[in-house]
Design a protein around this ligand. Structure first.
Ligand code: TPP
Ligand code: MG
Length: 614
């Protein structure tokens, strides 16, 4: 992945003309921080997230003078998740600020999260004065070193004239090509120097061509078209790169022309509408049955904007090696990293798909039985889950999700925590509008939901925002609920309350002979009281109808709400489940599907399923 730690130690940047008045510490004359505030404004930034401190307060001061809206979080990790979500919703980098030392290190999980999910984010950290560098000064941390492997680009400003170009460069690189987080570190003495830019270069002297994907070659596209047209069971694997490049329409049109099922990754759920007839949903460890089956039985895979995460494919060898893979991705370092494609196209997805579409005029005849089989699998799974729901003593999580889906408008932005509740949402939450599904997929960061929901709400004030959280995840960042009333951010938070770290307990049950270690809470705070403390209404509903009515009301009246949903931590086993390191066809299916195999055997697959012993 694009990794560039560009650190100048003196030298490096040549600026022709600038005025630098040494020693002035005036609070209103043009300081470097005032210049940064103006640069941010020119870039279109209006809102920033963060927590102040000695090494960053000058920038806060300048931003306030310049009229920025500053969102005060309760923990920097929360501020970073909010900026991440803001970036995903607006497609512009969310900006997060933190002081040096603990402020900066508290950002690290949030930055890593944005890195793994390719979300545009720009962090600006304060740093101790250059005069005390390397002396273990109070709150000195080498944040540029710490974040080197989890940023696309980071830079420590050492001279006033570098600040503007560094901020513009970091902002641009956060969204250019494959999005991701960037960081600018600002020593305190530099922040306070007086500075007036004269003929300042726009960017640091980097070769931006390296970050902008090239045009796809006609030869590669033609080869891809030939492969797709001659395939028996072509399947499209959609990653969230399709969303970033705005290629949803092109992707769907290609699928329709080829009559090829679309399978997504967990973040790729965001890129295509779940209710499109060819969209099978996410494949993977907790994928949909029909999606796992589609990907597992494909002969040609058109993979777009995805890195082939192990969570999506189970394992890379030997099954994937047998497939002909066409890989389109903006990031050259993704090509050949996890799988060896037959055709490798380094390109923006939309550009490549538009040109590919022009080559796919003819609609070939397909193995229609394959699609019929996938839809039959979907039907069998939904039926099995309906039957299972009747046996549950407490709320079946998937029924809760279907109820919530009915209760909120199609354009609702939905955010999740990390755990079993997230996996249920992966399988059962329908995304109707691309861009409305925000989950921590690559890093799997518990605590993402509440602050990300706040960031999403700040980005889209008029749209409802729903957080689907777990009780464990919720407790990691619930302190940020304070912002709901501080800034009037009426989000709806649902807590799937199983009093457990269920996804790990699930593994203990199946992989550790039921040795339940440190995954069940004996005591826990009363979430109703927590809600009350933050002046938010909360309910513990007794029925699905009650959930639906309460959520509908909250959205209609634009009021925040916390819904605590009782789930039994013995019943709460997410299926299907592909055990770590196994191939998709060995997915453990729910009760009632014992006769079903995910290996496609033509027409027999539907009519005589019992032929296949599992
Ligand atoms: C920060 C962090 N710590 C630990 C984990 C490991 N982990 C993955 S899922 C999970 C349980 C999550 O519990 P909860 O939020 O209650 O969701 P549930 O699985 O119970 O639905 C844990 C501990 C993680 N993903 N992130
Ligand atoms: Mg839980």
């Amino acid at each position: 992945v694009l990794l560039l730690s560009y650190i100048t130690c003196g030298g490096g940047l040549v600026v022709k003309h600038y005025v630098r008045r040494q020693g002035s510490q005036s609070t209103t004359a043009s300081r470097v921080v005032d210049h940064i505030a103006r640069v941010l404004r020119q870039l279109g930034v209006r809102e920033v997230f963060g927590i102040t401190g000695g090494s960053i307060m000058a920038l806060f001061d300048a931003l306030a003078l310049e009229g920025f809206e500053i969102y005060m979080f309760r923990h920097e990790q929360g501020a970073a998740h909010a900026a991440d979500a803001y970036g995903r919703v607006t497609r512009r980098p969310g900006v997060v600020l933190a002081t040096s030392g603990p402020g900066a290190t508290n950002l690290v999980t949030g930055i890593a999260n944005a890195y793994f999910d390719s979300a545009p984010l720009m962090a600006i950290t304060g740093q101790v004065p250059t005069t005390v560098f390397g002396r273990d000064a109070f709150q000195e941390t080498d944040i540029v070193g710490v974040t080197a492997p989890i940023t696309k680009f980071n830079y420590q400003v050492r001279r006033p004239e570098e600040a503007g170009p560094a901020v513009r460069t970091a902002y641009r690189l956060a969204v250019e090509g494959r999005p991701g987080p960037t960081l600018v570190d600002l020593p305190r003495d530099i922040q306070l120097e007086s500075y007036e830019p004269l003929d300042e270069p726009e960017y640091l002297p980097l070769n931006f061509a390296k970050y902008t994907p090239p045009s796809p070659s006609s030869e590669a596209l033609e080869k891809a078209a030939r492969l797709l047209l001659s395939a028996a069971r072509p399947v499209i694997l959609v990653g969230n790169g399709v969303y970033w490049s705005g290629a949803t329409a092109e992707m769907l049109e290609i699928a329709e022309r080829l009559q090829a099922p679309i399978v997504t990754t967990l973040p790729g759920k965001n890129a295509v509408p779940s209710n499109h007839p060819l969209v099978m949903g996410p494949a993977g460890m907790h994928g949909r049955v029909e999606a796992d089956a589609a990907l597992a039985n494909a002969d040609v895979v058109l993979a777009v904007g995805t890195r082939f995460s192990d969570r999506t494919v189970g394992r890379f060898e030997p099954e994937l090696r047998e497939k002909k893979i066409i890989h389109i991705d903006a990031d050259p370092s993704e090509h050949g990293k996890n799988v060896e494609p037959v055709v490798s196209i380094v390109s923006d997805a939309r550009t490549a798909l538009r040109r590919l579409l022009a080559m796919l005029k003819a609609v070939p005849l397909r193995d229609k039985g394959f699609l019929d089989w996938l839809l039959w699998l979907r039907h069998r799974y939904e039926k099995a889950m309906e039957d299972l729901a009747r046996k549950f003593r407490k709320f079946p999580p998937w029924k809760v999700l279907k109820t919530l889906r009915q209760a909120v408008p199609p354009s609702t932005i939905t955010v999740t925590g990390v755990g079993s509740h997230q996996m249920w949402a992966e399988i059962h939450w329908d995304v109707y509008v691309p861009g409305t599904w925000l989950t921590s997929a690559g890093l799997g960061t518990m605590g993402f939901c509440v602050p990300a929901a706040l960031g999403a709400k700040i980005a889209a004030r008029k749209r409802p925002v729903l957080c689907i959280d777990g009780d464990g995840s919720f407790q990691m960042t619930m302190n940020n609920l304070a912002l709901v009333r501080d800034y009037n951010l009426p989000i709806v938070v649902t807590i799937f309350d199983n009093r457990a770290l269920m996804l790990v307990k699930h593994w203990q049950i199946f992989l550790y002979d039921r040795r339940i270690v440190a995954t069940e809470y004996s005591r826990r705070p009363d979430f109703i009281k927590i809600a009350e403390a933050y002046e938010i209404d909360a309910i513990r509903p007794a029925s699905l109808a009650e959930i639906e009515a309460a959520v509908r009301r909250a959205i209609r009246t634009d009021e925040p709400l916390i819904v605590i949903i009782d789930i039994d931590n013995e019943e709460d086993i997410v299926l299907p489940w592909v055990k770590p390191g196994e191939w998709l066809t060995s997915a453990l299916l729910p009760p009632g599907m014992e006769d079903v195999s995910l290996v496609y055997r033509g027409k027999e697959s539907i009519r005589q399923p019992q032929l296949v012993a599992r």
